[in-house]
Each structure stands twice: as C-alpha cells, then as structure tokens.
Write a protein that binds this ligand. Structure first.
Ligand code: AMP
Length: 116
C-alpha cells in the first residue's frame, strides 16, 4: 500500500523509531536526521496529508497537538526556546505526506534563521 505513510507504519510497529511520547491522539519520535540538538516530530495518528487538508473536524485534534507540543518541549528541557515548524507541500520542504510538527530546540536561533 503506497499511500500508507512511513509515520503510520512506525505507529503500527512495522518500522522502528525512537519514540519520545505517545497517546491516543499522537506519537512523538526523534527525527532520524536532526537539524538541531533536539529535533522531534509530533505526528497525529489521523493521517492528515498536509496542514491545508485539515478540516473543521480536525480542529480539536490540532488544538491538542499544539498543547502537546508545548508539554513535550518542556519535558525535553527546551520549554523556554524552541521552534515549531510545519512544512506544507513539496515546495515548502514536505517530504512525508502525513501532517507532522517539527519541534526544534537546544540551539541558538538567530533572527532570519528558521533552523532548517
Ligand atoms: P518534512 O520534510 O517536513 O516532511 O519532514 C519529514 C521528516 O521526517 C524529516 O525531518 C526526516 O528526517 C524525518 N524522517 C523520515 N523518516 C524518518 C524515520 N523513519 N524516523 C524518524 N524521522 C524520519
């Protein structure tokens, strides 16, 4: 099944990953190619393709993801300084077409430097 994302396969246990956190809504894993000392991906279990494909039905889930991102950042010790990034679409750098939030931290972010 080519339309099953690598993140869904990780959630189903088919592909190993370094799991930082998981609950009924989402899973958080260390990025395999980190762009900062702390770089995790927060991924909803619902396979929304891109942020722009989310609908009003996803509103509560998206809100919970934002709250979870802050909690996880605090747990990882980067609560005071982190970046939350969503790449939407191939030209924006999206490579996995299953919505995910990049949480990046423990790095000096300078003005104009998006961390990627
Ligand atoms: P994006 O480019 O925004 O779609 O982000 C996809 C991210 O997934 C990239 O930062 C990749 O390094 C990361 N990634 C791809 N495959 C894996 C994997 N098997 N385990 C952890 N992270 C992955």
């Amino acid at each position: 099944m080519t339309d099953v994302s690598i993140f869904t396969r990780i959630m189903q246990g088919e592909i190993p990953a370094d799991i930082v956190y998981q609950d009924d809504d989402c899973i958080c894993i260390n990025d395999i190619a980190p762009k900062a000392p702390v770089h995790v991906l927060l991924i909803p279990r619902t396979p929304i393709t891109r942020l722009v494909d989310a609908t009003a039905e996803d509103q509560a889930l998206l809100g919970r993801l934002m709250l979870r991102a802050g909690e996880i950042a605090k747990q990882l010790g980067i609560g005071d300084a982190f970046r939350l990034i969503v790449n939407n679409g191939e030209q924006a750098g999206q490579t996995v077409f299953h919505l995910h939030l990049h949480i990046l931290g423990d790095k000096r972010f300078t003005e104009g430097n998006l961390g990627f």
